[in-house]
Design a protein around this ligand. Structure first.
Ligand code: F6P
Length: 548
């Protein structure tokens, strides 16, 4: 049996749940006019309203007791101190060092990591400045106009999400492109849009062994050399970001053109490191620093605030309440902001690759649910697609509604409509609509009794569906930094409660291994490896279709 399920607080919460599950948020709001004030808080430019959740003071008390009994205070300290909390890889977990704006020493293996962090940041700044100012010239002495980032997973989603989110801050000359898929279609379509003389390729891979990235980078390099007709020109158009200097050199990128990071930066936590180079190229050093500042504000808050007033801890523990007690295994990220359209995909990797685990740190199987399925879309589009299920389906899926108070476009009228929908959805999810309310509405429309009664069950909304509303003053680099750090820490807290390692990802390995063998078979380098009949059939059909 896992340690978690033996904790007194875990079991006390089950007793509390037996009563709490009967509660409806409507009544909770009716009986406590101060509920929204009491269940909301502000950190930097972020405001969280968590009042529309199925909780009472007793629930929160129980959840915070659970956090303490699960050892959260010590684990937070251990992470910030640089202890090797990623035990299966024997690594520290120090994305917080990358935005440690106070510059206080953080030791790993007896060495302060801050001088390295600062020196890479300075190199990135210098390079970004040269490219943005037009001092860095391509092989025909023209400034760079297009940046193509080649990477996948954490080496793609973070920079892509941030560059999309902060487009209004982007350099007007710079067009950003992201190639992650090994399906040649993505690279092919990207190369159609760029010119070799004015394009900078940033090859990003923590390991520099990822097949998708290396394949895309190799093809891009061949495309470039075939046009530049000069191998030496590569130095002006290809840079790498990695922890693996040797592999970068073997690939044919001069290590002088490499920006380094370290094994204590997890891939999905790496946008603050040199992996953020495309962000800096697009937004400039100042805005990148603001992103770091915003994350640092959240780090400090997470480290110092009491759990009861700690935004990441609250979000995490409320999540635990639904996942483990209500059995709600999914969580929706719904940004009401077009610029944040890649946020759901980013959080999906962050959460599911971190906490999609089935064993505890000691190797014992878990006997409770872990990471929820994270999904989502811009909220307004979701309303016209899948929100039906969220309102009237059989699942309980908490929703994070995220928006910015400030209108960033000059188009009149749009922002009010957008925000009206955010607030209306949160209200509808909470209140629902009772049978009596439906009857009153239909009577007012003059519907006959029998027709009305037939319609009533279909038009009833149970309500009591949880949402968190996150308001940003504005979507700027600082607030985005805080928002991302908020989710990073929320996920960390949940991992601590479950006693799992949030920082490895062994689950992605098996598919990679098998793909190597099958690739050899598909390309004719290997005859027939042993497979099940289904896999054999699929391979056979591919061979048949591609027989020339
Ligand atoms: O296969 C999963 C993964 O290792 C992610 O964790 C990582 O973000 C991605 O692949 C890319 O890895 P790399 O940066 O080493 O190319």
């Amino acid at each position: 049996m896992s340690k978690l399920t033996q904790l007194p607080a875990w079991n006390a919460l089950w007793q509390h749940f037996a009563e709490a599950k009967q509660l409806h948020m409507r009544e909770l709001f009716e009986t406590d006019p101060q509920r929204a004030e009491r269940y909301s808080l502000e950190v930097g430019g972020l405001f969280l309203d968590y009042s529309k959740n199925r909780l009472t003071d007793d629930t929160l008390k129980g959840l915070m007791a659970l956090a303490r009994e699960a050892g959260l205070p010590a684990r937070i300290k251990a992470m910030f101190k640089g202890e090797k909390i990623n035990s299966t890889e024997n690594r520290a977990v120090l994305h917080v060092a990358l935005r440690n704006r106070t510059n206080s020493p953080i030791m790993v293996d007896g060495e302060d990591v801050m001088p390295k962090v600062n020196s890479v940041l300075a190199r990135m700044g210098k390079f970004a400045h040269a490219v943005r100012s037009g001092d860095w010239l391509g092989y025909t002495h023209q400034p760079i106009t297009d940046v193509v980032n080649i990477g996948i997973g954490g080496s793609d989603l973070g920079p892509l999400m941030v560059c999309s989110a902060l487009k209004p801050y982007g350099h007007p000359r710079m067009n950003m492109h992201f190639v992650s898929n090994v399906d040649g279609a993505q690279l092919k379509e990207t190369l159609k849009k760029v010119h070799p003389e004015t394009t900078l390729f940033v090859v990003e891979s923590k390991t520099f062994t990822t097949q998708e990235t290396l394949t895309n980078a190799l093809t891009a390099r061949e495309w470039f050399v075939s046009r530049a007709r000069d191998e030496k020109a590569v130095a002006k158009h290809f840079v790498a970001v990695s922890t693996n200097k040797k592999a970068v050199a073997e690939f044919g990128i001069d290590p002088a053109n490499m920006f380094e990071f370290w094994d204590w930066v997890g891939g999905r936590y790496s946008l603050w490191s040199a992996i953020g180079l495309p962000i800096m190229l697009y937004l400039g050093e100042e805005n990148f620093t603001e992103l770091l500042n915003g994350a640092h504000i959240m780090d400090q808050h997470f480290y110092n605030a009491s759990f009861e007033e700690n935004m990441p801890v609250l979000l995490a523990m409320i999540g635990i309440w639904y996942i483990n007690y209500y059995g709600g295994g999914s969580h929706v990220i719904a940004p009401y902001d077009q610029y944040l359209h890649r946020l759901p995909a980013f959080i999906q990797q962050l959460d599911m690759e971190s906490n999609g685990k089935q064993v505890c740190l000691d190797g014992a199987a878990v006997n409770f649910e872990t990471a929820p399925i994270i999904w989502g879309e811009t909220g307004i589009n979701g309303q016209h697609a899948f929100f039906q299920l969220l309102h009237q389906g059989t699942h309980i899926s908490p929703i994070d509604l995220i928006c910015s108070l400030e209108n960033r476009t000059s188009l009149p009228g749009h922002h009010e409509i957008l925000l009206a929908n955010v607030f209306a959805q949160a209200e509808a999810f909470m209140r629902g609509k009772t049978a009596d309310e439906v009857r009153a509405e239909l009577t007012a429309q003059g519907l006959a009794e029998a027709a009305m009664e037939a319609l009533v069950p279909h038009k009833v909304f149970g309500g009591n569906r949880p949402t968190n509303t996150l308001l940003m003053d504005r979507l700027d680099p600082r607030n985005l930094g805080s928002l991302i750090a908020l989710y990073e820490h929320k996920i960390f807290v949940q991992g601590v409660i479950w006693g799992i390692n949030s920082f490895d990802q062994w689950g992605v390995e098996l598919g990679k291994q098998l793909a190597k063998t099958i690739h050899a078979e598909l390309s004719g380098k290997l005859k027939d490896a042993p497979h099940d009949s289904s896999t054999k059939l699929l391979i056979e059909r591919y061979r048949h279709a591609n027989r020339h």
